[in-house]
Design a protein around this ligand. Structure first.
Ligand code: SF4
Ligand code: SF4
Length: 277
C-alpha cells in the first residue's frame, strides 16, 4: 500500500503524524519524504544515511557552430528559457522546464542534451524502516521532477512493503504530484479556522482523484472550528485525534515521536490498523 499523508496547510503536524505512524507500523516500511522544499521527516525518525546522489533534469545546450539563429526554439519555449542573443540561441537553464520541445523544432540539430542538478536523494535506515529523502537545491523552482524520482526510488525499494509518503502541504502541483500514485490519502488537520479552511481546500482538491481518504485531527482542543462536523458531512473517517497538550509540544520540540505518549500511541495503532485493513 502507498499511503500519502497530506495537509492543506503547513504546520498542522503532518510530518509528526508520519513519524508516529511509522513508530507503530506493524511491519518494516519505506518512508518517503517528498516535501522536497523543506524535508524534515529525518528530524523525527533519525535515519542513518547509507547513500546519496544528485538528481538532474534534461536541459538544452546550444552548439553555437550549428545554430542558424532561426528563432524556432525561442518562439516555441513558453518559459522564456531560450532567447536569441548575439546572433545565436542562448539557454537560461534555471528557467527550463525540460519539456523537450526545443529539441524537436530545431532544424539544424543545434541543441545538445545537457542537464541541470535540481536536488539530491538520500537513502538511509531508521530501525526496521527504509527512509528516502528528497532535498531540492536552494533556489531551484522545479520540485515535481525530484519528487517523482524520490517516489520512483521509494516504490522500487518498498518491493511489497508499505510506503508512507510525507507529502508537501497545500494543493498546488507538488502536493498533487505527491498523492497521484497513492492508494489512499490521510489528511492531517487541526480544529482552527485556518486549519479547517485549508483542510476543506485539500479535500476538494484530492476528492476528484477518487482515492480513499481519512483524517487525523491534530492539536484537538486547540480551537473549536467544526472539523469533525465537516468530516461527518463528507463521510470522511476520523482515524485519530491527537490532543493539544504541552507534553506533546515538548516531545515535538526535542524531535521525539508523538507515539512516546501512550494515548497517542494507542490512537496511532488504531489508525494504522484501520489503514492496513
Ligand atoms: S526544454 Fe522546453 S522549457 Fe526547456 S528550453 Fe527547451 S522548450 Fe524551453
Ligand atoms: S532552433 Fe536551433 S538553429 Fe534555430 S535558433 Fe534555436 S538552436 Fe539555433
Amino acid at each position: 500500500m502507498i499511503l500519502a499523508v497530506a495537509s492543506g496547510k503547513g504546520g498542522t503536524g503532518k510530518t509528526s503524524v508520519v513519524a508516529a505512524l511509522a513508530a507503530v507500523w506493524p511491519a518494516g516500511a519505506v518512508l518517503a519524504d517528498v516535501d522536497v522544499e523543506a524535508p524534515n521527516l529525518h528530524l523525527f525518525v533519525h535515519p542513518v544515511p547509507e547513500s546519496s546522489e544528485e538528481v538532474g533534469v534534461e536541459t538544452p545546450v546550444v552548439r553555437a557552430e550549428r545554430c542558424t539563429a532561426c528563432g524556432a526554439c525561442a518562439d516555441l519555449c513558453q518559459f522564456g528559457a531560450i532567447a536569441l542573443l548575439g546572433g545565436r540561441a542562448q539557454v537560461f537553464s534555471e528557467m527550463c522546464h525540460s519539456c523537450g520541445g526545443c529539441f524537436r523544432v530545431c532544424p539544424a540539430d543545434a541543441l545538445a542534451r545537457g542537464s541541470r542538478v535540481v536536488g539530491e536523494i538520500t537513502t538511509g535506515r531508521a530501525g526496521r524502516h527504509t527512509v528516502v529523502t528528497g532535498r531540492l537545491r536552494l533556489g531551484e523552482a522545479m520540485a515535481p521532477p525530484l519528487m517523482r524520482e524520490v517516489l520512483a526510488r521509494a516504490i522500487a525499494l518498498a518491493a511489497g512493503r508499505d510506503l508512507l509518503v510525507d507529502a508537501p502541504p497545500g494543493v498546488s502541483c507538488p502536493a498533487m504530484t505527491a498523492v497521484e500514485q497513492a492508494d489512499a490519502i490521510l489528511l492531517v488537520t487541526e480544529p482552527t479556522p485556518f486549519g479547517l479552511h485549508d483542510f476543506q481546500l485539500a479535500h476538494q482538491a484530492f476528492a476528484p482523484l477518487g482515492k480513499p481518504m481519512a483524517v487525523v485531527i491534530n492539536r484537538d482542543g486547540l480551537g473549536d472550528a467544526p472539523v469533525g462536523a465537516y468530516c461527518r458531512t463528507h463521510h470522511l473517517p476520523v482515524l485519530a485525534r491527537i490532543p493539544y497538550s504541552s507534553e506533546l509540544a515538548g516531545i515535538y520540540a526535542r524531535g521525539g515521536s508523538l507515539a512516546e505518549d501512550p494515548v497517542v500511541r494507542a490512537a496511532m495503532e488504531a489508525a494504522a490498523g484501520a489503514l492496513r485493513a
